[in-house]
Design a protein around this ligand. Structure first.
Ligand SMILES: Nc1cc(N)c2c(=O)[nH][nH]c(=O)c2c1
Ligand SMILES: [Zn+2]
Length: 372
C-alpha cells in the first residue's frame, strides 16, 4: 500500500489529457495540477492562507536549499516541513539533484553521488541517493523525488546514455533506502535527454521499479519548445496509465496546455512567482509588463476577468508604482495574481477535460493570450 494513490477519473476524448485524483496523506489533489514553488519553505511572500484562497492544492519545496539552510535536522525537530511552515496540505520535495547540478563547476559527479560546495559558505558536501532520501524523510513531504541527474542541454548521446543508466541505479538505491513508504511516496524520474531511444530506455528502466508515480525530467532545460513537446509526447507513451505523470520545471501557459494534452498530470515552475517579482503579469489578455510607462495612469484592474484579491482591489497604475518604488507589496500583489491565473487556468482545463473540449479550450485561450 503506497502513501499516494492515483485515481483515473476520465480520459479526454479530444486528446491524451486525463482527469484524476491523487490521494495523499495530507489530502486529495484534483489533477491536472500546477504546484506553486516554495523553495525555502515559503512560496515567496505568500501566507498559507493566501495560497489556499487562490486554490493551491499542493506546493513544492527544494531539498537542496532546506538541507543547506536551516538544515533537515532542525526541520525534523520542528515536527517536519508541514508543521514548520504551517502548511497542512500536500508537499512535494525535489531531491536536490537539479539544484546541485546547476551549481556548475562547484560539483563533481561520481557513482556514489555528487560532491559540491555550498552556495552559501563554500563548505564541502556530498549528496547521495541515500542522503537525498534521508533529508526528504526528515522533511516529511508527501511526495519525495528520487535523486537523479538532469543532463544538460545540449548533451552528447554517449553522456546522456551513461547518465540515465546511473540515474536508474540511483533510483534503485533511493527505493532501497526509502523505509517510510506508508507515509511518503517516492517518485522516479525519467531522463534520456532529447534522444527518443534513450527516453524509451530510461522510461522502461525507471518504470520497471514499481513506484506510486513517475516524473519526466530533463526537459524545460533550454531546448526549443517543439523539441520539448516532441520528446514529451514520445516519453509519456512508456509511462503507466494508472500512475501520475509529473513534468518537472514546466509552467508557462502554453507549456502547461501542451503538457496536459500529452497526458501530463502534475507541473511545477518558478516562472509565475519569478516574473511577478520582476513586474510582469500573466493575464487573460496575455502578458502585461505592468512596470512599463504605458500603465502609469492606467486606473483599470490588472485583469478584468480575474477574481483574485489583487484584481478586485488595485489598479495597474498603483501596482506599477509599487514595483517601480521596489515596494514589497508590488511583488506580493503580482505573485497572488500570477499564481491565481495559473491555478484558475488548470481549474478551467479540468472542466474542459470533463466536457471533452480541451482542444477547443486551448484554441480559445491561445487566441486571447498569444493572439494566435
Ligand atoms: N526542468 C527540470 C526541473 C527540475 N526541478 C528537475 C529536477 O528537480 N530533477 N530532475 C530534472 O530533470 C529536473 C528538470
Ligand atoms: Zn488577478
Amino acid at each position: 500500500m503506497y502513501a499516494v494513490r492515483y485515481e483515473l477519473i476520465k480520459e479526454c476524448k479530444q486528446s491524451g489529457a486525463r482527469l484524476g485524483r491523487l490521494h495523499t496523506p495530507h489530502g486529495i489533489i484534483e489533477t491536472p495540477i500546477f504546484m506553486p514553488v516554495g523553495t525555502q519553505a515559503t512560496v515567496k511572500s505568500m501566507t498559507p492562507e493566501e495560497l489556499k484562497e487562490i486554490g493551491s492544492q499542493i506546493i513544492l519545496s527544494n531539498t537542496y536549499h532546506l538541507y543547506m539552510r536551516p538544515g533537515h535536522e532542525l526541520i525534523k525537530k520542528a515536527g517536519g516541513l508541514h508543521e514548520f511552515m504551517q502548511w497542512d496540505k500536500p508537499i512535494l520535495t525535489d531531491s536536490g539533484g537539479f539544484q546541485v547540478f546547476s551549481l556548475g563547476p562547484l560539483r563533481k559527479i561520481t557513482e556514489e553521488g555528487v560532491e559540491f560546495r555550498s552556495h552559501l559558505d563554500g563548505s564541502r558536501h556530498t549528496i547521495t541517493p541515500e542522503k537525498a532520501v534521508e533529508i526528504q524523510t526528515a522533511l516529511g513531504s508527501d511526495i519525495m523525488m528520487a535523486f537523479d541527474e538532469c543532463a544538460p542541454y545540449p548533451a552528447d548521446r554517449d553522456y546522456v546514455k551513461k547518465s540515465l543508466e546511473r540515474t536508474t541505479r540511483w533510483l534503485q538505491r533511493c527505493k532501497d533506502a526509502h523505509k517510510n513508504t506508508e507515509n511518503q511516496a517516492l517518485f522516479g524520474i525519467v531522463q534520456g535527454g532529447m534522444y527518443k531511444d534513450l527516453r524509451e530506455q530510461s522510461a522502461r528502466e525507471i518504470t520497471a521499479i514499481d513506484l506510486p508515480g513517475y516524473a519526466i525530467g530533463g526537459l524545460s532545460v533550454g531546448e526549443p519548445k517543439d523539441i520539448m513537446y516532441d520528446i514529451l509526447g514520445h516519453t509519456v507513451q512508456f509511462l503507466p496509465e494508472d500512475k501520475p505523470r509529473y513534468l518537472m520545471g514546466v509552467g508557462s501557459p502554453d507549456d502547461l496546455l501542451e503538457g496536459v494534452i500529452r497526458g501530463v498530470d502534475m507541473f511545477d515552475c518558478v516562472l509565475p512567482t519569478r516574473i511577478a517579482r520582476n513586474g510582469t503579469a500573466m493575464t487573460s489578455q496575455g502578458k502585461v509588463v505592468v512596470r512599463n510607462a504605458t500603465y502609469a495612469e492606467d486606473f483599470s484592474p490588472l485583469d478584468p476577468e480575474c477574481d483574485c484579491y489583487t484584481c478586485r482591489n488595485y489598479t495597474k497604475a498603483y501596482i506599477r508604482h509599487l514595483i517601480k518604488a521596489n515596494e514589497i507589496l508590488g511583488a506580493r500583489l503580482l505573485t497572488i495574481h500570477n499564481l491565481r491565473f495559473l491555478l484558475k487556468l488548470m481549474e478551467n482545463v479540468r472542466i474542459a477535460i470533463h466536457e471533452d473540449r480541451l482542444l477547443d479550450f486551448k484554441e480559445e485561450f491561445f487566441k486571447k493570450y498569444y493572439k494566435k
